[in-house]
Ligand binder design. Structure first.
Ligand SMILES: [Zn+2]
Length: 401
């Protein structure tokens, strides 16, 4: 055999052997998929007489603001087919036109879209303004504190994006994107991610992606530190660009031979969702959505591991009910009540420290032992490492004063 042919044969054998762990992973992810379906078949979500729940995504881009290949049609179709009630758009700004006004605003099909902006300041801080506006581009020449007071004087919200890179922690932000799908995916080995997508991405796109997510310990710690001093809310951003992946030959407009896209809207919209809680007499509108985000009346659900709809975390004393994000005054009768649609391990944090843990429960009530900031993370240990290390549901805090 010619030397070149031997080398080619050796390379092909190596390539074949490398596939084995990913073929096995496809089997494992398939089993997990069946297991999630079995767990979900027994779901028993709380019936809430007072609050309605709306689910959606925050941090979504299209080609309008650059850095993305996604278009409006693809976005609307994915939001509608996934039953999303809302999508908060965070287009990058343009010097020449108002991307927040030109992106989707209003109801398309079943989904309410709100145009925000992802902006940066002269202090190199990057965050979202909700709603967005024509000032977005000019804010890059101003200091963070100035920009914040302008956003707040217009009754808007300023929410930290990419906390890993953030600098001005002392300023008065309304929320933190503690989870970011794109950042989380980037921290896994790109070769592993692509080979995984090749074998499991077609059958289990969201679960394959979600399997690479890890609890962002540092971001949660930073959040807890701020929450000890004042109210602030946390969320998981999709950071949907519809542009992670690889293709062989061709361009973004076509002619591709091998095309693996890991983050189409259709997939990312199924992985993480914000579940907003509004009083039953308050309809979901642009204003009520921004209001609920500002007040922290919502939780982050990693719905790729099973539908998180129906999770509740409230403080109750007599007939008074305080929703997550709210303040409850400490009394002997105050109870923190947690309901999960399926049995889980509940970890309750107080002032950022693990305070109480309860395994294999769907409903749990506990008396706070004094003033403090209480929040909950839910884990599905039955799903192996994916379920025991990566939270399924993360609440916003209840502030006991
Ligand atoms: Zn972004």
């Amino acid at each position: 055999m010619k030397r070149s042919r031997k080398i080619l044969l050796a390379l092909l054998s190596i390539l074949a052997v490398v596939q084995i762990p990913f073929i096995y992973r496809r089997y494992v992810i398939g089993k997990r998929f069946e297991q999630i379906a079995a767990i979900q078949s027994g779901r028993n979500p709380a019936i809430d007489a007072n609050f309605a729940e709306y689910k959606g995504n925050i941090h979504v881009h299209t080609s309008l603001g650059g850095h993305s290949t996604g278009g409006f049609d693809e976005l609307i179709a994915a939001a509608n087919s996934n039953g999303l009630d809302f999508v908060v758009m965070t287009e990058h700004y343009s010097e020449n036109y108002d991307t927040a006004a030109l992106t989707l605003n209003g109801v398309f099909g079943k989904t309410l879209f709100v145009g925000g902006n992802e902006i940066d300041t002269a202090d190199s801080d990057r965050f979202f303004m909700l709603p967005g506006g024509k000032d977005a581009a000019g804010f890059r020449f101003e200091h963070t504190d100035n920009v914040l007071s302008k956003i707040h004087s217009g009754k808007g919200l300023a929410v930290i994006a990419y906390p890993e890179k953030f600098k001005s922690w002392g300023s008065g932000f309304d929320g933190i994107e503690v989870f970011n799908l794109k950042t989380m995916a980037k921290s896994s080995n790109p070769v592993t991610l692509v080979l995984d997508a090749l074998w499991s991405g077609y059958s289990y796109p969201d679960l394959m992606f979600a399997d690479h997510l890890r609890r962002p310990d540092t971001n949660l710690k930073q959040f807890d530190e701020i929450a000890r001093t004042r109210r602030i809310s946390m969320f998981g951003g999709t950071d949907g660009h519809s542009n992670i992946g690889l293709h062989v030959f061709g361009t973004d407009t076509g002619g591709k031979l091998l095309n693996i896209k890991i983050d189409p809207y259709e997939t990312t919209f199924r992985i993480v969702r914000m579940h907003i809680l509004l009083p039953k007499d308050e309809p979901l509108t642009r204003e009520s959505l921004i209001g609920a985000i500002g007040k922290g009346n919502y939780f982050t659900g990693f719905d790729a591991f099973g539908d998180t709809t129906g999770f509740r975390f409230v403080g109750t004393a007599g007939s008074e009910i305080v929703q997550q994000g709210g303040e409850a005054s400490y009394s002997d009768g105050l109870l923190l009540k947690i309901s999960s649609p399926v049995a889980v391990r509940m970890v309750i944090f107080k002032n950022g420290e693990k305070w109480s843990e309860q395994a294999d429960v769907a409903d749990h009530a506990i008396k706070p032992d004094g003033a403090g900031v209480y929040r909950v993370e839910l884990y599905q240990d039955a799903l192996g490492e994916t379920g025991s290390k990566m939270p399924w549901i993360v609440s916003n805090p209840i502030y006991v004063r």
